[in-house]
Design a protein around this ligand. Sequence first.
Ligand code: PLP
Length: 404
Amino acid sequence: MADINRNYLKLPGSYLFSNIGKKVNAFAQANPEAKIIRLGIGDVTRPLTPKVIEALHKATDEMAKQETFRGYAPDLGYEFLRKAVATNDFQARGCDIAEDEIFISDGAKCDCGNIQEIFATDNIIAVCDPVYPVYVDSNVMAGRTGEYDSVTERFDKVVYMPCTKENDFVPQIPKEKVDLIYLCFPNNPTGAVITKDRLQEWVDYANKNGSIILYDAAYEAFISEENVPHSIYECEGARNCAIEFRSFSKTAGFTGLRLGYTVIPKDLEAGGEKLHPLWARRHGTKYNGAPYIVQRAGEAIYTPEGRAEVKEQIAYYMENAKIILSGLSDAGYEVYGGVNAPYIWLKAPNDMTSWEFFDLLLTKANVVGTPGSGFGPSGEHYFRLTAFGDREATKEAIERIRQL
Ligand code: PLP
């Protein structure tokens, strides 16, 4: 008799954003006149840039001709894109990463969620708290997390690393031995970054203990300050202990197009085996490659014009971040992030819980954000706003919150 993967039943509640969606829809139905401003889900709102559109058109035309038509893409990505990525995102920054260490995919979420498959099911994972939910949930599905305790809101086999204002939202190295460490900088949801020295401590720790760091740099393009590493491979020894994930989603507005990549250095090993061929095998077996036209669009962001356009798009969002940050801070809110990341992490006033503040903002200001507790227990009493909205709507939302 067929049975299900019972680990799925251990997933705590439904996905955060579907809960938010349900609440917002119910409110919108009951209050059709309300002009709701959504600064909750981290989706972009600006259109694709001209250079990206040009590349999409050109590649589409190629698909229409016998001589230039392309079928299945190479599993690991077209050479033109892997080369552009290795050269521009790594070698130009002094990181020793070659093009055949880049695995092109349709986004960082799939890669972050799937990477755990190549590791043993008894490996202990360490995650930040609060955290992007995909890291824990994908390990729950794989049966790696033990049992869920609804009181502590934690799985008993997972090591949670609190990220609080006391540690500048950068986790301490855990006392217990951990095997797989998920780090995300610039961080979703807190907007925090890690200095190169602090990241080097993590790399040294991982190399000493035989751990692997799974480094999610999906928001790398938003870094504006010096001394903030853009890649974990800026740290010495990272080739021996780290995998890095990147995404075109927020960098260039590709959330609807879908493109990302994972870096696995050829020397990287776990359990005495190289990880590069394992991921290549996994990718080749379960994935048939990102579309040609999308990979051409990705290539376009590395041209001089493409780069300038993408920079301008990021500047637009970061201006929104500035408006949110200064508006809320002037109004007396405790605010974090928003300088090297498109997320603003704020403390709910008057000791309100995250969901109480969510309800207040939705019903009184008609503004939607994300309750911090949805990202983990240490996110309780916090709230995330994103800078991905339209400029006028962002200004309006902040004005409404100030007037509350
Ligand atoms: N990693 C983090 C930390 C994210 O916040 C997101 C998207 O919100 C992703 C990965 C997913 O990116 P992609 O759109 O490339 O799947």
